[in-house]
Design a protein around this ligand. Structure first.
Ligand code: NFS
Length: 678
């Protein structure tokens, strides 16, 4: 029994804290963790030290889908010899349990992206109906391009003469059809046909073309209920439908409709890291995922009246910056700086310079509200789906019908808070420049030029071996691994081996902070072939394609590469691979699975919650390729991770018969070097 003295010691014993330099490879992050610890403010990095993950959950073999459990089926330390006898009370095997858990992650991830998409579609409908004056159709060209996918005509014949239809008329029809995609009970989502023909035919043959988005997600929840689907292969089949409904449905609709109302991104310059905060200005961080309100905040922050109001309170102006994917959306379209990635959200507040953190949905840590109470920062929640119990948050509910009014109200709260700073802020100096905005339309334009927009030059350079292959490297940060290290090591290793990288989400932010999103990075980090191509075209070797819903842009880019010819008939024929080196969210699992289902070999880092079910694991990592052409893999070591991707790319080059071309390119280089040395 503890004596009074030992009890006191226990209370006083300082909590274990993280060692800042071991938390991140980003110096701004390290500095702010040090500041947090000096001021006694706990962050996620400390909690990752004091709390270990559950070993059984991490294996994917804990079932809590009924009240007879949780049934926990850890893999015996000695492994399985002979028949695997493990089962839950109902008899569910580790494979059934891990597959169910995996499926529920797909369902949650697909829901997050798709519900975001639904929100955009609803606002788009309000715009088309002219119910809101705050939003407009900013990119009518994109609307005209997507309308045929919904079977909506863009012209009309009057007295034998073909005329353009009114843009709002087109918008209304597209909006109604788009919104109906969520509730579609039969048939298939419109965008499935955007995939290369061979892919679409394969999906048809396998019976996995999604019906409605909501329907596929609901069906996962049904099948994973106690006592329903008890075969991991059949569960994965439903994962495929739901994930495809996300990638080629909810996410792709979100991307397209956002482009129509906010503009399609084209290359622009922006800045990134905590150094974008301004000491003398009112700092407002916009954090989350839906750009609906944040687009209005951008407009409101430019109003003279608002700037004057900020000045009247002693500030030099209003400084907006983004965080997570709302940040990516604003960066891509307006060049608004990004203050940081997922793991930097608490740290931004710890600078003491943030007047308001405006949050909407997804990837918002509840602890930002607690951290904010140690400083003057106001945390403002704006979405009815996302409120907070912790801290002292303010809720201003966003409504598209009075969006500008909401935006002004929020900015006023931030401005009024400027004078409440508790101490001199400490803003790290780190701030990198980056070139962003590579929508698949922009890549088309950049590679082919304005008269000859096409992916052909990219294909030519893949065929001739200067570019070895294409990688999509995406996904989150994870406090269980060295922040940004996995992202940067994987990406740099790929570049060194002449693999061009397409990026989104928090990987894009890691790359931006490390200076990889500039054309100049090509000569520093790339192999000779890729460097030559990037230098000739004037593009960075890592192309920032946007937020996580914008992974749909990667699907479109891959489809365009197939259509440009010479690299096979399907996405699965391409010398390409996917990766999420530091993933953590359920959205990443949904994305991973729609990449796989689209024919991409996809490697995840950190951990995969399937290790406790070896048969299911083997199905995902090996067997799935036979049916889908793509498959999952896992590799925690970032160098090996990159080399698994490169090996797959080489396998595909060989199958296409273009492996010899690369040998010639390498020989050319060696010969050139020999000449130079002589
Ligand atoms: Ni994607 Fe973007 Fe980042 Fe992960 Fe979260 S912000 S939606 S989920 S953490 S990449």
């Amino acid at each position: 029994m503890a004596t009074e003295e030992t009890k006191e010691k226990e209370v006083k014993k300082p909590k274990k804290t993280a060692i800042p330099s071991e938390c991140s490879v980003d110096s701004a992050t390290v500095k702010m963790i040090e500041k947090a610890q000096a001021e006694g403010v706990e962050t996620i990095f400390d909690r990752a030290i004091t709390m270990s993950p559950c070993a059984i959950g991490a294996q994917g073999t804990c079932c809590k889908n009924c009240s007879m459990g949780p049934c926990r089926l850890p893999l015996p330390k000695s492994g399985i010899e002979g028949k695997d006898e493990r089962k839950g009370l109902c008899g569910a095997t580790p494979n059934t349990i891990a597959a169910r858990n995996f499926a529920r992650m797909v369902a949650a991830g697909a829901s997050a992206h798709s519900d975001h998409g639904r929100g955009i579609a609803e606002v788009f409908l309000a715009v088309a109906r002219k119910e809101t004056g705050d939003y407009k159709i900013k990119d009518p060209q994109k609307l005209i391009e997507i309308a045929p996918d919904f079977g909506v005509a863009t012209t009309v014949t009057v007295n034998g003469e073909e005329k353009d239809r009114d843009i709002y008329e087109i918008a209304l029809e597209v909006a109604e059809k788009a919104l109906a995609e969520w509730g579609r009970q039969e048939g298939e989502i419109y965008y499935a046909k955007r995939a290369p023909k061979a892919r679409y035919e394969l999906w048809k043959k396998l019976g996995v073309v999604p019906r409605g988005i909501d329907r596929e997600i609901v069906e996962i929840m049904h099948r994973t209920h106690m006592g329903v689907d008890q075969h991991y292969e059949n569960i994965v089949k439903q994962c495929t439908r739901a994930a495809l409904a996300d990638g080629w449905g909810g996410s792709m609709l979100a991307t397209d409709l956002q482009d129509v109302i906010f503009g399609t991104p084209y290359p622009t310059q922006g800045h990134i890291n905590l150094g974008v905060l301004e000491k003398d200005q009112v700092n407002v961080i916009i954090h989350g995922h839906e750009p609906l309100l944040s687009e209005m905040i951008v407009t409101a922050a430019q109003e003279t009246e608002m700037i004057e109001y900020a000045k009247s309170k002693g500030a030099k102006g209003i400084n907006l910056s983004g965080m997570c994917c709302t940040g990516n959306e604003l960066l891509m379209r307006h060049g608004i700086p990004i203050a940081g990635d997922f793991l930097q959200q608490e740290l931004a507040i710890i600078t003491g310079a943030v007047e308001a953190m405006v949050v909407d949905v997804q990837c918002i840590m509840e602890n930002v509200a607690n951290v904010a109470t140690c400083f003057h920062t106001k945390v403002i929640t704006t979405n009815p789906r996302a409120r907070m119990e912790s801290g002292e948050t303010i809720h201003i509910e966003f409504d598209e019908h009075h969006a500008m009014e909401d935006a002004r109200k929020i900015l006023k709260i931030a401005i009024d808070n400027f004078q409440n700073r508790k101490a001199e802020p400490m803003i790290p100096s780190e701030k990198e420049v980056q070139i962003v905005g590579f929508s698949y339309e922009a890549i088309n334009y950049h590679l082919g030029g304005s008269f000859r927009g096409s992916y052909t030059p990219l294909n030519d350079n893949i065929i001739n071996g200067r570019i070895r292959g294409i990688a999509g490297v995406v996904g989150c940060n994870n406090a269980r691994t060295l922040h940004n290290n996995g992202h940067l090591t994987v990406v740099k290793e790929l570049l060194k081996n002449d693999v061009i990288v397409l990026t989104t989400g928090c990987n894009a932010m890691a790359c931006g902070k490390a200076g990889l999103l500039t054309p100049e990075a090509a000569s520093v980090y790339c192999g000779p072939g890729l460097a030559e191509v990037c230098e000739t075209v004037g593009i960075p070797p890592v192309l920032h394609m946007g937020s996580c819903v914008d992974n749909s842009r990667i699907l479109m880019a891959a489809s365009e590469v197939v259509k440009a010819g010479g690299l096979g008939k399907d996405i699965s024929d391409l010398p390409a691979a996917g990766s999420a080196p530091e993933w953590m969210s359920e959205k990443a699992i949904s994305i991973g699975h729609y990449f796989v289902a689209s024919g991409v070999y996809t490697v995840f880092g950190v951990t995969m919650p399937v290790g406790g079910a070896p048969v299911f694991e083997d199905y995902l990592y090996n067997k799935l390729e036979a049916s889908l052409g793509g498959m999952w893999d896992f590799e925690a070591d970032p160098i090996k991770h990159a080399h698994k991707m490169i090996a797959h790319i080489d396998k595909k080059r060989k199958a296409l018969g273009i492996d010899k071309a690369r040998e010639r390119v390498l020989m050319d280089m060696a010969d050139r070097q020999k000449l130079e040395a002589a």
